[in-house]
Design a protein around this ligand. Structure first.
Ligand SMILES: Nc1nc2c(c(=O)[nH]1)N[C@H]1C(S)=C(S)[C@@H](COP(=O)(O)OP(=O)(O)OC[C@H]3O[C@@H](n4cnc5c(=O)[nH]c(N)nc54)[C@H](O)[C@@H]3O)O[C@H]1N2
Ligand SMILES: Nc1nc2c(c(=O)[nH]1)N[C@H]1C(S)=C(S)[C@@H](COP(=O)(O)OP(=O)(O)OC[C@H]3O[C@@H](n4cnc5c(=O)[nH]c(N)nc54)[C@H](O)[C@@H]3O)O[C@H]1N2
Ligand code: SF4
Ligand SMILES: [Mo]
Length: 684
């Protein structure tokens, strides 16, 4: 068959590469070699033809005139945006000559790769790149910016990242969207919930902000940030006290239910109400609704886990379905993430055996400190699939680190991002539609393949292609660094240890485009916890110095400022992706700060006013939106806006780089700020 790339006109199946749980199947329409339209694949069982606005408008980004076409070298000061075109040969030679020198003088650990999932394709994010940096013996990055705290917390309870099959949730009668902005960040969970709603299901949203998801709910429960564990414990208390717990399930499939039963008595409605700001009668009503409705399903979002106590919070919420035996009910249970269900052969793909010796690990949430304070110092930074100048906490620290004259920085991206402005060498990246890769969702159960639909834009190259070139120029001769895309995919999918993906191979994927993994229900069965059961009481946690039972711990109180600041993602961007594309910026309008009237009035702040938001780390200027959408004492912004010169919209200038209680996780939502009306600009 002629490949898609050789057919200038037609409709081609594809995958959305963005870091979004829905991982949609797409149909890409091409005319004369150019993408003219992108729509959802109607044949994909989860996508069912529907996709978000962001990706319907993706062609605007693919052909944005600002897209990088060739390698650049910096000719001005760092951050000044003065670059000159160079050839790939010069770029690769400059990078590898410098790296050879750094390695000789200070060792390979002076080189730090920094990446995330700007493109979820596995061979480009955790394939050839990892092999290359392992072979080099570079410092290793800890991938903690997204969901590390909650993942560790969930694992203590459930043993791995596996929950309900989202397709089964059409059977649920109760949905609790807990700290997740589902309407914006997981739209197909909304589609499934809407189907269930037609059969009488109710939708409860627990959030600190009545955003589009809160407005969609049947019952919106506003909660004070970082207090969700207390609410979950309050629900447990009532479930036990009012005999709504499923005793047979608890005996058969859990450990520690007797200890838990005694422990949660302290979380009575009045106590929990004082902590969470949720009225006591609502706590009782919610517990009864949860205890008496089956199937009930909890979708656990990133909101509660981007806090100082995020790990314990997710650990606690994830105990709830066990109390009512919901794991045995089709459509019941919870999803925090389903990543482990689709595990591929990570060792074969990443080849940690290429590491010459164990090397230091650097938490990506501490990038600023790593660049400014770490000994021995980081001398070179290689950034791909990520835009740390905008997405990482303590942005001003990150910026000062990137400004270091003695830091040799390379950025590989589709655009001259805020991070790229500080690079010595900038490399142009292909979009996912120009690459081969395989994809597996962290929410639904499908594995998918992408084969190139269009030619590389300008001289751009994929991550895999660039690392092959770098390996060659470094003189690394291992076959693993020369493997083709097809080789990498075959090696990753060959994984007898995970029978769920048996039968999913390079051949079958290229034939079928997407395939559902054969994921068995969790019960009856053994979990990957030490006891094989749901661990309501965890000896592992006890050994590590955590309370062994689910527990509420308050946020860090070191910051004596009046407002908790929640800078969450928005609807039309994906993290900082699209924040530099005009169409998406137009759809999103302006960066707002949501405040309660009771807080805004004494400060003389009204909707539409420009407000200055600041703390000891930095400042921002946002547009006030005053009302009742957030509780007093809480301010919320949405979106990681591009940091145009003088715009002061970089919310991460305000966020702390403290790490969460577990997993070295991020604490984006636990920072405090002061707010005031910005002084109007006077015409001169
Ligand atoms: N449109 C869009 N979609 C996206 C993204 C995007 O940027 N834009 N990002 C993608 C990525 S990488 C991820 S990880 C996911 C994240 O998507 P979600 O899991 O939805 O996580 P967030 O959007 O970070 O936060 C979810 C909600 O938590 C609330 N929240 C904050 N703190 C608390 C708290 O203490 N308690 C409670 N109950 N709620 C709280 C916020 O108000 C927000 O509504 O979405 C993915 N999808
Ligand atoms: N304040 C605040 N900060 C946050 C969050 C929050 O909720 N609030 N959310 C956090 C979360 S959950 C996450 S996951 C992180 C995400 O942070 P990042 O992973 O940095 O996500 P993006 O900002 O989307 O940047 C991805 C970059 O990768 C580039 N890219 C895309 N495809 C490719 C490719 O194939 N090759 C190369 N080389 N580059 C490519 C894109 O052009 C883009 O510039 O942000 C975190 N930051
Ligand atoms: S961003 Fe999410 S919802 Fe939008 S097309 Fe991609 S996977 Fe689907
Ligand atoms: Mo994320």
């Amino acid at each position: 068959m002629i490949s898609a790339i050789d057919r200038p006109t037609g409709v081609f199946p594809s995958v959305c590469s963005l870091d979004c749980p829905d991982q949609c199947g797409l149909l890409v329409h091409k005319v004369d070699g150019r993408i003219v339209k992108i729509e959802g694949d109607p044949a994909h069982p989860v996508t069912q033809g529907a996709i978000c606005n962001k990706v319907r408008n993706m062609a605007e980004r693919i052909y944005d005139l600002k897209r990088l076409q060739y390698p650049l070298k910096r000719v001005g000061a760092k951050g000044e945006n003065r670059f000159e075109r160079i050839t790939w040969d010069e770029a690769i030679d400059t990078i590898t000559s410098r790296w050879k020198q750094v390695i000789e003088e200070e060792g390979a650990e002076a080189i730090l790769p920094y990446s995330f999932y700007g493109n979820m394709g596995r061979i480009g994010t955790e394939g050839m790149d990892r092999r290359f940096f392992h072979r080099m013996g570079a410092s290793r990055l800890l991938y903690t910016i997204c969901q590390a705290a909650g993942t560790e917390g969930y694992h203590y309870t459930m043993g791995s990242s596996v929950g309900t099959d989202p397709e089964d949730t059409v059977h649920a009668k109760l949905f609790i969207m807990w700290g997740i902005n589902t309407v914006s960040t997981n739209m197909h969970q909304v589609v499934l919930a809407e189907k269930a709603r037609k059969n009488g299901a109710q939708i409860v949203v627990i959030d600190v902000h009545k955003n589009q998801t809160g407005r969609w709910a049947d019952w919106f429960i506003p909660i004070l940030p970082g207090t969700d564990a207390a609410l979950a414990l309050g629900i447990m208390n009532i479930l036990f006290a009012e005999q709504m717990a499923d005793e047979a399930f608890l005996r058969e499939y859990t450990v520690g239910h007797e200890e838990l039963r005694r422990h949660v008595k302290q979380y009575d409605p009045a106590t929990v109400s004082a902590i969470t700001g949720v009225p006591a009668e609502d706590i009782v009503k919610l517990a009864r609704l949860y205890g008496q409705t089956s199937p009930s399903f909890i979708r656990i979002g990133n909101g509660p886990q981007h806090h100082d106590n995020g790990g314990m919070c997710i650990r606690t919420i994830s105990c709830l379905p066990a109390l009512t035996g919901q794991w045995l009910v089709k459509g019941g249970g919870a999803i925090k993430g389903n990543g482990s269900a689709l595990d591929h052969n990570a060792a074969a793909l990443q080849r940690p055996d290429l590491l010459p010796k164990s090397t230091r690990r650097i938490n990506m949430n501490l990038l600023g400190s790593a660049l400014l304070e770490l000994e021995p110092p980081v001398r070179s930074l290689y950034v791909y699939n990520s835009n740390p100048a905008v997405v990482a906490p303590e942005a001003n620290k990150v910026r000062r680190g990137l400004e270091r004259d003695d830091l040799f920085t390379v950025v590989h991206d589709l655009f001259l991002t805020e991070t790229a402005l500080y690079a010595d060498i900038v490399l142009p990246a292909t979009s996912s539609f120009e690459n081969t890769d395989f994809y597996r969702s962290y929410w639904h159960h499908y594995v998918q393949i992408q084969e190139p639909v269009i030619e590389p834009y300008g001289e751009s190259k994929s991550n895999v292609a660039v690392f092959r070139l770098l390996a060659q120029a470094m003189g690394y001769e291992e076959q693993a660094l020369r493997d083709t895309e097809e080789d990498l995919i075959r090696q990753a999918l060959s994984y007898p240890a995970n029978p769920n993906i048996a039968g999913i191979t390079y051949e079958t994927l290229t034939e079928k485009q997407f395939m559902k993994a054969d994921v068995k229900p969790l019960f009856p069965g053994k979990l990957r916890t030490p006891s094989g059961k749901i661990e309501l009481y965890s000896k592992t946690m006890e050994r590590k110095g955590f309370p062994p039972l689910p527990t509420y711990t308050p946020l860090c109180e070191a910051e004596a400022l009046p407002f908790l600041f929640i800078p969450a993602p928005n609807h039309n961007f994906l993290n900082s992706t699209f924040s530099n594309n005009e169409k998406h910026v137009r759809m999103e309008k302006s960066p707002k700060l949501h405040m309660n009237t009771a807080d805004a009035s004494p400060l003389g702040i009204r909707t539409g006013d420009s407000v200055r938001v600041w703390n000891g780390r930095g400042e921002c200027e946002l547009i006030a939106s005053v009302g009742e959408d957030v509780l007093p004492g809480v301010v919320v912004s949405q979106g990681l806006w591009a940091d145009a010169p003088g715009s002061k919209r970089l919310v991460n200038a305000l966020t702390p780089d403290r790490v969460a209680d577990m997993g070295g996780g991020a604490t984006f939502f636990s920072g405090r700020v002061q707010v005031e009306k910005a002084s109007p600009v006077l015409d001169s």
